[in-house]
Ligand binder design. Structure first.
Ligand SMILES: [Zn+2]
Length: 274
């Protein structure tokens, strides 16, 4: 999200909006002010909060959550009538078009048009925890909860901006089990984890700075070493990375570096057997 905000923000800052439309049913969760209010305004920037993108138009802001299948992209030309993926179109006076697109059949991405000074009070933003990057979160935030670290890191109310992929990478880098409870962390482990979170995300961002340019690819070249690498060698110790399945996702980890050699039970199966 951060690299998308930077790249698109740099490209559209200062552009004037000609018109805006929401062809996607139900994507826009607000009706006042109407999307038409964007016409004639200047794009002042694109920023990120947690996993949300915010496009600012002097005085109004589009708050976007792309969910898993949405993308914010900038095109040199306007969408044709056959375009079925665009949920929001912001046409710029210079001929370019900013599109919120969503792939697949589930329409889960959403947008809200809000006065800019109300964005921080919006429920989606006001309930976010502190940003996971660039500053380390307070260690007490992590050690204060009796929950498995993997679920804790992904909880946007605890910490904003970490998803499943990066939770795997962060816990591997910190050499901590995904199932260790926050409250079982030693003070030193909690400090290490707090420092590791922005370090891993900062490295990823540096990678994106080097590799991503407009147009933003549909699939970002994520510099992952653990997530989706199960069966391959741990980059630190060479042990084969393991995975544990949940209902709809997979956690990857190194048994040697993270779980004292223990291979974790498949949670999906054990739940089925209960
Ligand atoms: Zn290892």
């Amino acid at each position: 999200m951060e690299i998308t905000a930077r790249r698109i923000g740099d490209a559209v800052r200062g552009a004037t909006v000609e018109s805006a439309a929401a062809p996607g049913m139900n994507v826009l969760k607000t009706y006042d002010p109407p999307l038409g209010e964007l016409a004639g305004r200047t794009v002042t920037g694109v920023r990120r909060r947690g996993k949300h993108l915010i496009v600012d138009f002097d005085g109004l802001s589009l708050l976007l959550h792309l969910m898993s299948a949405g993308r914010l992209q900038l095109y040199d030309k306007r969408a044709g009538p056959r375009d079925r993926t665009s949920r929001i179109l912001v046409r710029l006076a210079d001929g370019r078009e900013l599109r919120l697109r969503e792939f697949g059949t589930k329409q889960r991405a959403w947008a809200k048009l809000l006065p800019t000074d109300e964005v921080e009070q919006d429920e989606a933003i006001a309930t976010l925890g502190p940003e996971a990057w660039p500053d380390p979160p307070p260690a007490a935030l992590l050690s204060g909860a009796a929950r498995p670290l993997h679920s804790l890191l992904r909880d946007q109310h605890v910490l904003a901006g970490v998803g499943r992929s990066w939770a795997d990478e962060i816990l591997h880098a910190a050499e901590l089990s995904p199932f260790k409870r926050g409250s079982d962390l030693t003070p030193a482990e909690a400090d290490t984890l707090a420092e590791t979170i922005p370090a891993v995300l900062g490295d990823a961002l540096e990678h994106y700075e080097r590799t991503v340019s407009l147009p933003i690819p549909d699939k970002l070249p994520m510099p992952l070493t653990v997530h989706r690498h199960e069966g391959e060698d741990c980059p630190r110790c060479g042990t084969a990375l393991e995975r544990v399945w949940f209902e709809d996702y997979v956690i990857a980890y190194c048994p040697a570096c993270q779980t004292d050699g223990r291979v974790l039970k498949d949670r999906r199966l054990s739940r089925l057997l209960k």
